[in-house]
Design a protein around this ligand. Sequence first.
Ligand code: G3H
Ligand code: ZN
Length: 282
Amino acid sequence: MPLVPTASLMDHAVREGSAVLAFNIVTLEHAEAIARACEAANSPAIIAVSHNAVRYHGDDPAPLLAAAAAVARGSGAPLALHLDHVEDEDLVLRARELGCGSVMFDASRLPHEQNIARTAAVTARLHEDGIWVEAELGEIGGKDGVHSATARTDPAEAADYVRATGVDALAVAVGSSHAMTERNASLDQDLIAALRDAVDVPLVLHGSSGVPDQDLRSAITHGMRKINFGTHLSAAFTRAVRTALDDYTGVDPRRYLAAGRDAVAAATEQQLRLLAPEPAAP
Ligand code: G3H
Ligand code: ZN
């Protein structure tokens, strides 16, 4: 089916009190696995390509995004395409040309006033292109080891930031941290509820791979509307490739990449099912 605008998936999640899951990809195999999992779970999702993934592919976003868009269009599941953690304004402003319905513009490393000014300017330009914009306030921990995992977003500051920038969604620091391989992060659920009450745009959780599933469910109940996973899929992929190579002395990469792809599909489907909205009572 055609690519779905991220805004449509998010509007539906806001109405329903559920969350859209976003999955970061690094290779074509990830995109294929996510599409397969969404079809199996009968669920929409966002396929996200980070600035780091773009850097990995020679700083050219076009090939991976074109492949991901083709996979999404060939899928029976409603899938959106998103540019994630983009720090470069030239790249983020190419979103529409690259087939993306949304971006996360990440100015969180800048001093607060500059973060506001740059994010407001970029958001206005992207809205002219019909692109849904997410931004970050509070420096979510773990990315490149530069931020503290103890950072917290202040609700009053968050409300001011959303008003000043015009963003469509806000990534908040509430206890999660990027790149965790153990699921033992503890979320501040009261802060999530306070942020939900303070800002009138959907909240986004980054660093979800380190959060136990029951805490993610609780975060959705308290107001999280977009949940981002990357490391969880990478861990599944790498474990499966390692195991496949243990038993294989040949040279065909399809033998181990397929194992990685299957593992990503299984991990994605499991997350989609675990965090799906509760069925309505009969
Ligand atoms: O933007 C991507 C996500 O925040 C990934 O976080 O390292 O917990 O998978 P993760
Ligand atoms: Zn993130």
